[in-house]
Design a protein around this ligand. Structure first.
Ligand code: ATP
Length: 614
């Protein structure tokens, strides 16, 4: 928890950081593949180092007019073998890289979907998506861009150095000087690259968030004639991402000339000084050729190592963003403290007060434009005050109240998306906090007001809560909520697509499909957040029939917006500004509660004339 707060408090430049030690466990998902790639890398190093030795022998043999025999053929064979080994190694590394991405994505998604609901309240979907989609791919580059080759490369590097030292220590000393200066300069640039990459990935996150916002609300955006403005917003994010990408390019571009100049200078020095020594007879020509070959074998792995360091720096930026999510504690499973029924209530609120977690409120305020300091100062208001009511098993309870009264928050607490700040929620006679969250949720069906339908087919939506249900059972529940027509009207039947958030269905159909889903899992308690969208008479009757079907033999809690729902309720709880101000039946409350009377009149909970009479 403290770690998480640390992340939330970070300043603009103080982004999530990862260390190389944290990176290593991510790189070794398949030890066999890695070992294979390493062996091939070492093998490649040996075949490389043998080549200059053979060339030297061939030159010496030609100089001495000796027969070449099998030497050239061995050289050709080794060059071919080198190529084949390189190809296989490349393949293994690519596959290994894909494994790294797969495992990181699996781990990240596994944690992401288990995060406490409060975390989703304060994060942007697009940014989370980009961490899974884009940041993970940067880890792959560590393996595919040189790290493993560097191991064999190191061998070649050391072998080449030893050979060069033996051939001509003075020439080697000069070469080393050039290389050390260049490599040192590259190392200085690396931390800058890590920072720039992290900033670039954050910009990609902002871009994805902006795009996700525009796409998910495309109808509203289109209807408000705001398409061009949204394009401009996404365009701004794209430009920012471009700018951040260019900064990365600028820094990594420093590496290329430094390395390039170093190579050229090293070769020029060796050719110049070495040529002089050949001319004066101090160095045989075969040794100079051998030295030059070894120099290239020393420089090539150096390039690989610089590539590896660059890739690691880039990956550390991305890993910081991945770990920011992985380090957040997942929603705990909930402790099974006792299994003792303490009452007969199906659901009971006993003196429940609740404030949303402060960080959530702060980030909402920040998203709405308040500056960070002002947002910080905002204390989280108490949303529910000492709420007490009891729902007996098998009864129907309607919850009514003005907008913002805290009705949906009650449901969120029953589902344990959040826990009360004080007081107790009783589910099936037990303190909800003593129940395992999975078990608690298995006993409760929840039909949300908004987006109760997921993208996919009718079947996907129904199977969400009951994955083993047969087609016959699916059709039966659809029949019970009067939804057979949505499968009958499509040639795809149960596989008919419902569109993103169920856009191919009407508002009433969406709610009924969600009710059908709840019916399938046969929960003892059903929480139904009624759609506020006005329904025509036929749809209203169909929804009521669906609610009646679902109410049989179970406890029903409905956030009610309709006369039929409140009139049939055994109990109505009237909520105002987070407090229960009245409970009773429709008839009782029309008599006793002025707020209920007002709501009944304005929210069409009663026919207009009855409201006027009341
Ligand atoms: N995730 C959240 N984080 C912080 N505050 C929230 C969150 N959800 C709701 N609130 C606040 O809690 C209060 C009650 O909201 P809630 O959604 O429970 O009201 P409601 O009675 O269901 O309203 P409506 O009928 O308009 O849906 C509101 O002031 C709202 O701003």
């Amino acid at each position: 928890m403290s770690e998480r707060r640390g992340f939330l408090r970070r300043g603009a430049d103080d982004g999530p950081k990862a260390s190389v030690r944290e990176l290593l466990p991510y790189l070794f998902p398949k030890k066999g593949l890695l070992a294979g790639a390493l062996v091939l890398s070492v093998f490649g190093a040996v075949t490389s180092l043998v080549q200059p030795l053979l060339v030297q022998q061939i030159i010496t043999a030609v100089q001495d007019s000796e027969p070449l025999t099998w030497l050239p053929w061995v050289l050709v064979g080794i060059v071919l073998l080198d190529g084949i080994v390189g190809g296989v190694q490349h393949f293994l590394l690519q596959v290994l890289g894909e494994h790294v991405v797969l495992r990181t994505r699996t781990q990240l998604v596994g944690r992401l979907l288990h995060l406490p609901i409060a975390e989703f309240d304060q994060r942007r979907t697009g940014d989370l998506v980009s961490r899974v989609g884009s940041d993970t791919t940067l880890l792959r580059a560590v393996l595919t861009q040189g790290l493993v080759e560097s191991v064999g490369g190191l061998l070649t590097f050391v072998g080449a150095i030893v050979a060069m030292l033996i051939i001509d220590p003075m020439l080697f000393g000069l070469t080393l000087l050039v290389v050390v200066v260049a490599f040192g300069a590259v190392l200085v640039v690396m931390p800058m690259l890590t920072r720039a990459t992290r900033a670039a990935q954050e910009q990609v996150g902002h871009l994805t968030s902006a795009l996700e916002r525009a796409i998910s609300a495309v109808r509203t955006v289109r209807a408000a004639n705001a398409t061009d403005r949204e394009i401009a917003v996404v365009g701004e994010r794209s430009t920012a991402a471009f700018g951040a990408g260019v900064r990365v390019a600028r820094i990594s571009a420093l590496v290329v000339p430094i390395a390039g100049i170093a190579v050229q200078v090293a070769f020029l020095v060796v050719i110049g000084v070495g040529g002089l020594r050949v001319a004066t007879g101090e160095l045989p020509i075969a040794s100079l050729v051998g030295f030059l070959m070894f120099l290239s074998y020393m420089i090539f792995p150096l390039g690989q190592m610089i590539g590896a360091v660059t890739a690691v720096s880039t990956a550390l930026g991305a890993l910081g963003r991945i770990q920011e999510i992985v380090r957040i504690d997942a929603e705990d499973a909930g402790d099974v403290v006792d299994d003792v029924r303490t009452s007969d209530a199906a659901i009971a609120f006993e003196g429940v007060s609740f404030r949303y977690p402060e960080a959530v409120v702060r980030s909402r305020a920040a998203a709405e434009g308040a500056d960070a300091e002002a947002a910080d100062e905002l204390a989280s208001p108490t949303v529910l005050h000492d709420v007490t009511f009891t729902v007996t098993p098998g009864s129907r309870t309607a919850i009514v109240g003005p907008s913002g009264a805290g009705k949906s928050t009650l449901f969120a607490l029953i589902e344990r998306f959040y826990d009360p700040t004080s007081g107790t929620i009783v589910v099936d006679g037990r303190d909800a906090r003593s129940l395992e969250r999975r078990a608690l949720r298995a006993g409760i069906g929840y039909v949300e007001q908004d987006a109760p339908v997921l993208a996919g087919s009718v079947r996907d939506n129904l199977l969400l809560a009951a994955p083993d249900a047969s087609d016959a059972r699916l059709l039966e529940v659809l029949e019970r909520v009067n939804l057979r027509e949505i499968v009958d009207r499509s040639a795809d039947g149960l596989d008919a697509a419902v569109g993103e958030h169920g856009v191919r269905l009407s508002g009433g159909e969406r709610q009924r499909l969600a009710i059908a889903r709840a019916l399938l899992s046969a929960p003892a308690v059903l929480l139904l957040d009624e759609s506020t969208s006005s329904l025509d008479g036929r749809n209203e009757a169909q929804l009521q029939a669906a609610i009646d079907a679902v109410a049989v033999g179970r406890t029903l809690l409905v956030i009610a917006h309709r006369l039929s729902t409140v009139a049939d309720a055994d109990q109505i709880v009237v909520l105002d500004a987070g407090r229960v101000v009245a409970t009773g039946t429709h008839a009782e409350l029309l008599e006793s509660s002025p707020l209920y009377r007002e709501l009944a009149t304005h929210q069409l909970l009663v026919p207009a004339d009855a409201g006027t009479q009341a």
